[in-house]
Design a protein around this ligand. Structure first.
Ligand code: MN
Length: 405
């Protein structure tokens, strides 16, 4: 990973352990990891919620003012203005990135996945309902989502076991049970909730900034054959709940502030509770790469199969949060929200194999003569993200996972 992606402008938060196995909060800085528990213990950082913390949930409960104050203090400690004592404390709290193991940054409470790329929804509508209107009538009015399973959220690098499930035969005559033959991924971002709301009290879209700590990369592993048989009328169930991978470093909203951009044009205008004064789109470049077992054996590097950008998402974080809580539903610190697959309409900009191969019709050609429609055992998928504006770079690192049979 490029150390320039983790400069003072970024400082993403995560949970690490060293060889003693003890977990503690940290920020990534250049090619190092800075132990925040050690900085609090050395009295150069004043934030009790980070002391002896094995997850970031207590820190996420603290809210925007504390998050920003800690980040500003860290920028001072790691910058040119730090004094001798501060530099010594930072040196004692520094690890090489290779010397630590990354863990899930939070104990995820509830997990919701949205469906907020209109290009993705249009692509899937064309594939699954050819001849009809690709968008269902509600799409431009309501941020669509489903409740997923937090117990199977895993950090980058965790192998993903091919799920077994019930599928209908292509002829539609009889269902059977066995390993999924249409294993897929979804390239997404995920955002992590902060203090949350009181049950019964919705969060206004314009208050979203106070309730969201930051973003991670998210891979929503999906078994399309299981999904196609089970999803009507209540939506995805076992086709998604076997694994969801996230990147280990949370990139804060503060770090992403320079990359906020105008939202895409919306027609019709959303209902008043879904309108915001500020723009909530972000200019974040994303890419997805694939390396098969045979590519690894023959030393072929991962092949980039998709490049896209987050800025065209139809529904934003602020709208998702306002909609999610509009019925009084409660959000708690560490709840995770997937944005939905991030896709463009042009070939090579889609965030899933079902779109990239048009449900298997157009296989992807790979180095060494292999091809892919959906994932085979031994395949590794790597997702990366980065925002760049002039000299300012903010990287997400990566989320990877290898399919095992
Ligand atoms: Mn998804």
């Amino acid at each position: 990973m490029d150390p320039r992606d983790f400069g003072l402008a970024n400082l993403p938060f995560g949970i690490v352990s060293d060889r003693t196995g003890r977990r503690r909060p940290a920020v990534a800085f250049e090619d190092r990891v800075i132990d925040l528990d050690a900085l609090v213990d050395a009295n150069v950082l004043d934030e009790e919620s980070l002391l002896a913390a094995e997850t970031l949930n207590a820190f996420l409960a603290r809210g925007r003012a504390e998050w920003s104050a800690v980040r500003a203090r860290l920028q001072h400690l790691l910058g040119a203005e730090a004094d001798h004592t501060e530099r010594a404390a930072v040196a004692r709290a520094s690890f090489s990135r290779d010397a630590v193991t990354m863990h899930l940054p939070v104990a995820v409470g509830d997990y919701v996945d949205f469906y907020s790329s209109i290009e993705h929804a249009t692509n899937l509508g064309r594939i699954l309902r050819p001849g009809g209107d690709p968008l269902l009538p509600n799409y431009r009015h309501i941020p669509i989502g489903y409740h997923g399973r937090s117990s199977t959220i895993v950090t980058s690098g965790t192998p993903v076991r091919r799920p077994h499930g019930q599928t209908m035969s292509p002829e539609g005559d009889a269902p059977s049970f066995g390993p999924s033959r249409m294993l897929d991924v979804e390239l997404e971002l995920g955002w992590l909730a902060g203090p949350g709301n009181v049950h019964g009290e919705p969060i206004a879209a314009d208050d979203a900034c106070d309730h969201v700590f930051g973003y991670v990369l998210l891979n929503d592993w999906s078994a399309r054959d299981i999904q196609g048989w089970e999803y009507q009328p209540l939506g995805p169930f076992l086709s998604k709940s076997f694994a969801t991978s996230i990147s280990p470093w949370i990139v804060t909203l503060d770090a992403l502030e320079p990359f906020r951009v105008a939202e895409p044009a919306r027609d019709p205008q959303p209902l008043p509770y879904l309108r915001t004064r500020e723009p909530w789109s972000y200019d974040i470049e994303l890419e997805m790469a694939l390396q098969t077992a045979r590519m690894r054996e023959h030393a072929h590097p991962p092949l980039t199969i998709s490049r896209t950008n987050f800025r065209s998402m139809y529904w934003t974080l602020a709208q998702q949060l306002a909609h999610m809580t509009s019925n009084g539903s409660a959000v708690r610190p560490g709840d995770l929200f997937g944005t939905g697959t991030i896709s463009g309409s042009a070939q090579g900009t889609q965030g899933s194999f079902i779109e990239l191969t048009w449900r298997g019709r157009d296989p992807l050609a790979l180095p060494g003569g292999e091809s892919r429609t959906f994932l085979e055992d031994g395949d590794t998928v790597i997702m990366r993200g980065r925002a760049v504006r002039g000299d300012v770079r903010v990287g997400f690192g990566e989320v990877t996972g290898t399919v095992v049979g």
